[in-house]
Design a protein around this ligand. Structure first.
Ligand code: CO
Length: 134
């Protein structure tokens, strides 16, 4: 059911410093920081040949990643995003198998303007999983 690894998201305390690290130390192709107020993050996209890394800095008091950064002050891996062809079919299959979808269970428009869902990390080996309809 799942397809490509769309991205790995890493929450960081300073997205500009993290972008410089990826650009200079790792020699990666790195975007300018983009503020996404509806998502509560400022993001830098790191383009790799086979996937992307998203560096996320909390934006605003109600940022969904602020608590994560408080628990992991130097940053850390936050979620993996897998592509699916049909997000509603994927959700229904997962729910039928007992997986928990976060929030109200309905897809939301994610940072790439595509429908996304998040699955409870306790159902997936301690890893927060995002599904994105590719
Ligand atoms: Co994501």
């Amino acid at each position: 059911m799942i397809g490509r690894l769309n991205h790995v998201a890493i929450v960081v305390p300073d997205v500009r410093a993290a972008a410089a690290l990826y650009r200079n130390a790792l020699g990666a192709k790195v975007s300018e920081p983009v503020a996404l107020p509806p998502h509560g993050v400022t993001v830098v996209f790191v383009e790799l040949p086979n996937t992307k890394i998203e560096l996320l800095e909390p934006l605003g008091e109600k940022s969904p990643v602020r608590g994560f950064l408080e628990r992991n002050p130097s940053g850390g891996m936050h979620h993996l995003c897998y592509e699916v062809e049909d997000i509603l079919a994927a959700r229904d299959r997962l729910v039928a198998q007992g997986a928990r979808v976060l929030g109200d269970g309905e897809p939301k428009i994610g940072a790439h303007d595509k429908p996304v869902l998040f699955l409870h990390p306790k159902d997936f080996n301690g890893t927060l999983i995002e599904l994105e309809q590719a």
